[in-house]
Design a protein around this ligand. Structure first.
Ligand SMILES: Cc1cc2nc3c(=O)[nH]c(=O)nc-3n(C[C@H](O)[C@H](O)[C@H](O)COP(=O)(O)O)c2cc1C
Length: 375
């Protein structure tokens, strides 16, 4: 029997669980159509806003590379290097809502079985700003979007009421999600920032506001490294830099830790995993933690802009995985989704060679109420 890659996520039927994340690969209708032809099950558009944006006067994204025989990480292109991460300070779509309207409809009509998610973003500092979320949501859903993803996670916004600054405030997350849910007739996903202390708090805010799913992670707040020769940041404009976002291989373990916190806390909720995925084994991590879809950005950017090889390998990897595990009765993602989430426990619950001498960091003589945390 051929492997069944189909999944149902937030009520939507995907032909496979692999999506392009909101980023340059989905910045235009041309790219999105190519992505669908290449085999992606769905796409999240580059984030759409109401106001024009102007990017910095210089490159928006660069790739940090590592060498096998040197500790140096650098954005300089050198032979024999391996990709470490992407670093970007790109803002949301530089095309206004009007540009997208009509195009979303055409994209959706061309291959109707492909899933189109519109990523949207507005401010949150006033009632009017809140209404902007509704304007964006209504326009995108009327134009054929199957779901909305709320960008509560862009890491390079000066405005204190936008992007990851919303994503750091669980009450604001709740309010924004609720405001969109008031007008949405399609599922609403909340994309959270990993730059918080305990992401379970922000996830709870999103679910209280009515989010149908959480997407995580956006890029991690970071700086480009300084060149030891020139003493300049490897990415700068006239010597100046601001914080931007780290993506790609380096963030896979970081993003998994964030995801595990959430899927452990909300076992009955839906999650879309993002961060460091280029091959099926990476995606498998997210699935085993409980995610129902995954999204890819950096790897696709480096593969003909929309990731034709990446999606081919993801699909083949999942088919082979299902064939290899057919003897376990696994025929589809739901048969193995989440089976490793309960393996993550507190440190003191991990077996020691000599349990008797470990008291979870507490003094052995500490009163019983402090708890040893050792059991
Ligand atoms: C150049 C660039 C632009 C991005 N733009 C957006 C965006 O507009 N909206 C958004 O939600 N995420 C954006 N992201 C974040 C990605 O969607 C994704 O969450 C992140 O890159 C982690 O995935 P990766 O490790 O596969 O790159 C962007 C990432 C990059 C590298």
């Amino acid at each position: 029997m051929p492997a069944d890659l189909r999944v149902t996520f937030t009520g939507l039927r995907f032909e496979n669980p692999f999506l392009l994340a909101s980023a340059p690969p989905t910045e235009s209708d041309g790219n999105i159509m190519r992505a669908f032809e290449a085999g992606w099950g769905g796409v999240v558009t580059k984030t759409i806003g109401l106001h024009p944006v102007t990017n910095v006067a210089g490159p928006k994204t660069k790739f940090l590379r590592a060498m096998p025989d040197s500790p140096q990480l650098s954005m300089q292109k050198r032979p024999g290097t391996a990709l470490h991460s992407s670093w970007n300070w790109e803002l949301i779509s530089d095309k206004p809502l009007d540009w997208w309207i009509g195009r979303l409809l055409r994209i959706k009509k061309a291959p109707p079985e492909k899933i189109l998610i519109a990523s949207i973003m507005a401010g949150s500092g006033s009632d009017e700003e809140m209404r902007h979320w509704q304007t964006l949501a209504k326009a995108c859903q009327a134009d054929g979007a199957d779901a909305l993803e709320l960008n509560l996670s862009c890491p390079h916004m000066d405005r204190p009421d936008m992007g990851s600054n919303i994503g750091k405030d669980d009450e604001l997350i709740s309010v924004v999600t609720q405001v969109v849910k008031e007008v949405a007739t399609i599922p609403v996903w909340a994309k959270l920032t990993p730059s918080t202390t305990d992401i379970v708090v922000e996830a709870r805010g999103a679910f209280l506001g009515g989010a149908d799913a959480i997407s995580s992670s956006n890029t991690f707040t970071s700086l480009p490294v300084i060149d030891p020769e020139t003493l300049e940041f490897e990415m700068n404009v006239e010597g100046l830099v601001s914080t931007g976002g780290l993506g790609g291989p380096a963030i896979l373990p970081l993003s998994l830790a964030k995801m595990a916190q959430m899927t452990g806390a909300f076992e009955d909720k839906e999650f879309s995993g993002i961060g460091g995925i280029s091959e099926f084994p990476h995606a498998l991590n997210y699935f085993l933690l409980g995610c129902g879809t995954v999204q890819v950005c950096t790897a696709a950017m480096l593969d003909h802009a929309v990731g034709p090889t990446v999606i081919r390998n993801l699909i083949r990897g999942m088919e082979e995985f299902l064939e290899k595990n057919a003897h376990r009765g696994w025929q589809k993602l739901d048969d193995f989704r989440g089976i490793r989430r309960n393996r993550i426990v507190s440190h003191s619950k991990i077996k020691r060679p000599d349990e008797a001498h470990y008291h979870g960091g507490y003094d052995a003589e500490a009163p019983a109420t402090a708890g040893s945390g050792n059991k």
